[in-house]
Design a protein around this ligand. Structure first.
Ligand code: SF4
Length: 493
């Protein structure tokens, strides 16, 4: 006969509770009034398995914890229906209904602590029952609930078993905190368990050097990609020796979970490194963004790097979806608006493409932070670099224009050109004059920031409102003796 699962009505709890008292050892279940309150508040849910019109089994699950793990608090088949595989059917149904969650956890009494052979056999049977459904026994922890020594068993769904093993203390602690609140949690051994096991996950898994814009100094850094898929700009040494790869969504989520353990849930800003995370498939990036929002309910900002070469691969509607999912800002290294400079430094896109993609991103409602590299045209193209960069920026008006000054990076092709005399660095005055020409030709509106130690002039403000003041600052600097500025090729800024 067909079976269905239905939700337990709060009014039915009184009858179910009589069975709970018979089916479980004292201490394994909450007092009636506590359980009733939890069900009323929705922090625990009750389910009934029906065969035809007959109720044959019940379960109580704690499924409202933001960490995405479900604790099967109780599951039992009524005595008269045992031996027909209904428990397995019920468990399978529960597993499938929670398949979008991280994992299922269940507490089972330790057979070695059973008071009689009969109880011991029952405990062993319970463990086998869950193992048959794919649950793993987590043995190396000291765990008890209301002083009843227990094993924890876990079924990984979206999370992996190593992650669950690593985080089990914190997972259980968070579930019980949700169930019981701060007032009682200290009475449970789960708190000690969480504290002890948290030390094991007291780290983040970063690969190589993680670069981030200065404006992301306060952000949580999560690597969604490793390296840069372009890795060809002649001036850039950031990922030169790193083989590019996109990390799996599962790994990124695990990092978010670890970060939540370590930093708590009040993270407000996340930067998804490394280079050009925007390249990720849209559905995968959406998955990550929504998950991050679930993990950190106070999140205000999520940002990535995105060069035009990769912005081009996404359509307007995809950017809109990403915006909806919480992608607030893209940091994009335009470097120059001069096609000749863009070609020589091998940026992989043209000025026209920059304008097109910039307009597209802005239309989707995502902020754009554009980076201009002063001096990257060398002495030969300083004028064109300044004027064309201003023209392109005026055409799509990013939210932020951020200035950096080119400093040769050993091991890059442009460093070799500089060493061999094929590329000529700007002197401090020349760099200031280039900056002046750029700013004089900017119309905005946008914020212009000089938030980098490489720059010769501390220029910050709004374009066009603060333009006269910015130009005055540069004019004042242009009378400071040139040897007062940093060395033009100093990498040790
Ligand atoms: S796209 Fe960015 S990270 Fe990649 S090589 Fe160019 S500057 Fe470096």
């Amino acid at each position: 006969m067909d079976t269905i699962i239905r939700k337990l009505l709060p009014s039915e709890l009184i009858n179910i509770y009589k069975s709970i008292e018979l089916d479980f050892a004292e201490g394994e279940y909450a007092p009636y009034d506590v359980l009733a309150k939890q069900i009323e508040k929705g922090v625990q849910k009750g389910y009934i398995l029906q065969q035809g019109k007959t109720d044959v089994a019940y379960s109580i699950c704690a499924d409202s914890c933001a960490n995405g793990y479900i604790l099967i608090s109780l599951l039992s088949v009524y005595k008269e229906f045992r031996g027909f595989g209904l428990g397995s059917t019920f468990l399978e149904e529960l597993i499938s209904s929670y398949s979008r969650n991280q994992g299922l956890i269940v507490e089972v009494e330790r057979p070695e602590n059973a008071g009689s052979d009969e109880e011991r056999a029952l405990c062993e049977m319970r463990i086998k029952f869950y193992q048959k459904a794919g649950f793993y026994l987590i043995e190396d922890i000291d765990y008890s609930i209301w002083d009843v020594p227990m094993y924890l068993m876990a079924l990984p769904l979206r999370a992996s078993m190593p992650t669950i093993n690593e985080r089990i203390g914190r997972i259980i602690y968070e579930i019980y905190l949700e169930l019981m609140g701060k007032r009682y949690i200290h009475k449970l051994k789960v708190k000690q368990l969480a504290n002890r096991l948290c030390k094991r996950s007291d780290f983040m898994r970063y690969e190589g050097t993680v670069y981030r814009p200065p404006s992301e100094a306060e952000s949580l850094l999560i690597q969604a990609t490793i390296g840069c898929p372009h890795n060809n700009c002649t001036f850039c040494g950031m990922y030169r020796n790193t083989k590019f790869r996109i990390r799996s969504v599962a790994d990124i989520k695990e990092d978010l979970l670890m970060a939540r353990d370590y930093h708590g849930y009040k993270v407000r800003s996340i930067f998804f490194a490394d280079g050009n995370t925007i390249l990720m498939k849209t559905d995968q990036l959406l998955d990550v963004l929504y998950y991050a929002r679930d993990m950190f309910p106070y999140l205000k900002r999520m940002t990535v790097y995105g060069s035009v070469k990769f912005l081009k691969l996404k359509k307007l509607h995809e950017f809109r979806l990403l915006r909806e999912a919480g992608l607030t800002r893209i940091h994009s290294g335009m470097e120059s608006g001069d096609d000749e400079v863009l070609r020589s430094i091998k940026k992989g896109f043209t000025a026209a493409e920059m304008i097109e993609e910039g307009l597209k991103v802005r239309e989707a409602g995502i902020e754009l932070s554009e980076y201009i590299l002063l001096g990257i045209g060398g002495r030969e193209r300083t004028q064109e670099h300044a004027l064309e960069s201003a023209r392109v920026l005026n055409a799509f008006t990013p939210d932020f224009v951020r200035l950096r000054t080119y400093v040769p990076w050993k091991g890059t092709p442009l460093y070799e050109d500089y060493q061999q005399g094929r590329f000529h660095l700007l002197s401090p005055y020349e760099a200031l004059k280039e900056t002046r020409l750029l700013i004089a030709n900017l119309e905005g509106p946008f914020e212009l920031l000089s938030d980098h130690v490489s720059n010769f002039a501390p220029i910050n403000g709004n374009i066009p409102n603060d333009k006269p003041e910015m130009l005055e600052t540069i004019d004042r600097l242009l009378v400071v003796p040139e040897n007062n500025f940093r060395q033009v090729d100093s990498r040790y800024l």
